[in-house]
Design a binder for this molecule. Sequence first.
Ligand code: 2AM
Length: 477
Amino acid sequence: STAQIGVTGLAVMGRNLARNFARNGYTVALHNRTAARTHELVEQFGDEGDFIAAESAEDFVAALEKPRRLVVMVKAGDATDAVIAEFAPLLEPGDVIIDGGNAHFADTRRREQELREQGLHFVGTGISGGEEGALDGPSIMPGGSKESYDSLGPMLEQISAKAKDGAPCVTHIGPDGAGHFVKMAHNGIEYADMQLIGEAYQLLRDVAGYSPAQIADIFRTWNTGRLDSYLIEITAEVLSHTDAATGKPFVDVVLDQAEQKGTGRWTVQIALDLGVPVSGIAEAVFARSVSGHAALRDASRHLAGPTARTLGKDEAAAFADQVEQALYASKIVAYTQGFHEIAAGSEQYDWNIDLGKVAAIWRGGCIIRAAFLDRITSAYEAQPRMPSLLSDKSFAEEIAAAQDDWRSVIATAVTQGVPTPAFATTLAYYDSLRAERLPAALTQGQRDYFGAHTYHRVDRDGTFHTLWGGDKTEVES
Ligand code: 2AM
């Protein structure tokens, strides 16, 4: 037994992860339900490093050094349970099963507990960066026991992406499901980022009258500043691409119905359970949902809208600058909400997650990698327990500087009838936090009126009810 790590499940993510380990000098045991995939990998990429192809689960386990480290890269869900059921009986206390799929963190918590009873470590691990990241260096978010990270961490640090300062984009996130939870939140933030970029594009197109190629240039300019990020970079690439078959902009020949695999939806579902207002992420998920309702949209095209007015050339350039401000401000709020959810999950499940480290390991490898994340790390390093990213002075100052343009862009969108749900809801969140008084007081009054749900007063302790149906005296309850 000479392999330091094994990978079972050799579809593209598993295959690339196995190659990444091998390229970094580790001997990698390989296994797949259908052995053909295993042999295919060795045939195609065998010269990249040391692989041990195993036909059976028994051979695979026998190839691994102890404590065994076994990465499972199958489709999240029943397949994960099936693979665990197959391998767990062959393992010994101290061995480590790493689930690199996009599992729901609640499943990870269940699996971790079950395997812990057998003395096995189960490390639910978020891996972001897609196929390319898996091969060249992903951002890695492992959960599970601290002990498992002692043996696994150095290997993950080796294969992970490196941030600009050279730091590996991996850290022990926290116990049991913490890694998959953080991966989920990462994807939720990614949904919001993408939706905000989409709304910026739509405004530049419909209000400013720019072509996709011109908008690509605008995004390239933005990418040299504070919005510098992978998503802005690839947006410019997509927008400047021309469809070979028709000669039209690629973005105009793609059906405008966005699909989703579920991690964005989970982020919102869990946020509802935890009572965390992630409105920007929720609008991003809903925006994809709206786009997919083809019949509803067809039936609604006759609905009235305002008379649109396309801007002149100089106005358009000024408007583009304002959209940059709006995009940046909304992005800060979306991240604020995502980090709030991570903090709430950490609190709920006792994970003790270091939010600054989370931002730090997203600087490379993953889809939301961005210059901006350094700032989040610094903010949490300065104030680890700050209630919100907006509590950070420098983010608050940036929003203060951006807010006039932010409001103006959203006002224009509303006037012109361009849907900007994520821009608008992130501004509403900001204004809600700022507000001296919220209409929640009225909500409480209504609730007390129709359901005797009681309320608290601003001037005295206690729980009160007004006798609405009677003489409207107030009673303490
Ligand atoms: P396959 O090549 O035999 O289909 C992604 O689907 C990866 O997960 C593939 O490597 C696939 O194996 C594997 N996979 C899917 N369902 C599985 C299961 N129930 N048991 C084992 N491997 C499975």
